[in-house]
Design a protein around this ligand. Sequence first.
Ligand SMILES: CC(C)(COP(=O)(O)OP(=O)(O)OC[C@H]1O[C@@H](n2cnc3c(N)ncnc32)[C@H](O)[C@@H]1OP(=O)(O)O)[C@@H](O)C(=O)NCCC(=O)NCCS
Length: 209
Amino acid sequence: MRINQNTVLQGKRVTLVPYTSAHVPRYHEWMKSEELQRLTASEPLSLAQEYEMQCSWQEDTDKCTFIVLDTDKWSRQRATEEECMVGDVNLFLTDSEDPTVGEIEIMIAEPNYRGRGFGKEATLIMMSYGMTHLGLTTFEAKIGLENETSIGMFKKIHFKEVGVNNIFKEVVLRMIVNEEERQWLLQQTSHVDEKNYSLMKLQTQICDS
Ligand SMILES: CC(C)(COP(=O)(O)OP(=O)(O)OC[C@H]1O[C@@H](n2cnc3c(N)ncnc32)[C@H](O)[C@@H]1OP(=O)(O)O)[C@@H](O)C(=O)NCCC(=O)NCCS
């Protein structure tokens, strides 16, 4: 999806930036991990396939993705963007008949960043973006039955279990954004600063030169 190609969403712990080719090498390294392949139900891809995948994330109208950066490292310590990458967060428009339904996926790939509130904040920011910019009103998450951390996190942010798929060994969780949930999501993400990605990169280049 191209709608977010120039969008930066800066939160307290995490900053979301569009997934570009510059992120692919590190992303590809992450996905060599068997643990991550199992937890995210992903197949390992070659580097060339990963580049193709990044293109499809950018072009396909039913997918929206952001790379999750460590805000502190990115904004204060002037590290490269690749060095600040900690994970990714995605939305898929899964129902061609109903464009208000989005399936959300989150991965905090760096183990030492887990359990520190990064996953929760990235998920809330993505949901708020999906609600305000993509018009989504129903969010779904499909999570492996054994992934207690992820199930626990989604339940903490108001998802309810709606079913279990015994074939894929996953639980389906859903959040319907009624007016109360809309206000809650807006309040949870009121600190988020939306910025222009190209402009920020330009400013960094000027400062560096
Ligand atoms: C699952 C994952 C996204 C969670 O992100 P995280 O940054 O580790 O989690 P957070 O620190 O943001 O914790 C989120 C909330 O879940 C809660 N939580 C964590 N583990 C829990 C558990 N086993 N049971 C209940 N709640 C749990 C935390 O208490 C926290 O809530 P709080 O802030 O109200 O205390 C992350 O661990 C991850 O990406 N793991 C590897 C890949 C993966 O499993 N992806 C999901 C595939 S569906």
